[in-house]
Design a binder for this molecule. Sequence first.
Ligand code: CMC
Length: 388
Amino acid sequence: TGHTALDYGYVNTASTKSAITYIDGEAGILRYRGYPIEQLAAGSTFLEVAYLLIYGELPTADELAAFDAEIRRHTLLHEDMRYYFEGVPHTAHPMAVLSGGLQMLSTYYESSLDTAVPEFVEVNTIRLLAKLPVLAAYAHKKSIGQAFLYPKNELGFVENFLRLNFGNKAEHYDMNPVLVEALDKLLILHADHEQNASTSTVRLVGSTGANMFSSISAGINALSGPLHGGANEAVLDMLAQIRDSGQSVQTFVEKVKRKEDGVKLMGFGHRVYKNYDPRARIVRESADRVLAELGVNDPLLALAQELEQIALEDDYFKERKLYPNVDFYTGVIYKAMGFPTRMFTVLFAIGRLPGWIAQWREAREDAQTKIGRPQQLYIGATERKLER
Ligand code: CMC
């Protein structure tokens, strides 16, 4: 067409303006609504950050109390959702169960899905924040063959989620504050990351006028891939593979450098960060602390540290500016908390939810938003005639 520039992977094309998240990949800076990620991770809670991302400002004490209370009131899933979970095989990947479950859930709210009605957008924001963690915990319970628990609304967001995952009907669940704090922090680190693949998916689907449930369900599917959120699961698989193979870490790194069988160092590299991912720095510190506090001695953590050390000193990784990303150390922590590997990306999705909501809402409010419709450069056959 003459005007169309080819840009595989949208490396050079901005799809939107946004006032939510700022990243400087060269300097390793990440800010939500202007606040550096390090400060939010150290001094705020996930619910405060969710509020900040969605509404633009940190909540006052009263606003936070009201927001928290609203979310707690909406945690129950429609009782018929149990048939959805009954129909799912226990071997199903929890990410598929999560996106399918969210889409299914939207069918219970068809009278309040109209995206033109602001009150519906507000109530669906709360429904999503309240119910996605419950869906996630049930995906986990289903996979291990345990009965689902009902949420307990006297518990906070993270407490409720942990109990739904690790509590059972026979025993009292002992809440571990170390776990609560660590998971809350990890959720903050994942809460938004501007126009990454899943968020762009949410915006693209939303640009058609599709509701928040459908848009975010699509975002969850985008997140599931190993180059995106699925990397946290892939890192643990990679570490276990290195351990089981008996090869040295150096041998594995050489294989990655030869690009043998397309093997990549999972949890390394980033489209935007050409410096240490600021989230990875925080996760790395927290991995050491959490494992020590939980009394877990996981040889995979030592393996990860050795792998990082070798890669950071290697020219292949230096030349390409490949550093650990957020996914490199999270899996070790999730594992220490007791989550099975296939739940790791589900945890990422819960963390990213406020970002998806905020970005979907920002697009909805932006008068310049149009249906997303990329161009192509056609390289197929010229006109030919059907000879019959
Ligand atoms: N291991 C080995 N080589 C790599 C890696 C890696 N992890 N990442 C990039 N490279 C190489 C790549 O082969 C290319 O080399 P060459 O110039 O010789 O062809 C060069 O580095 C540039 O990479 P690219 O593929 O052009 O970079 P990209 O911006 O398209 O990809 C990425 C970014 C994150 C998809 C990629 O680095 C990757 O696949 N990493 C592993 C998966 C991963 O950890 N993903 C999580 C991302 S962080 C947050 C999230 O979960 O979304």
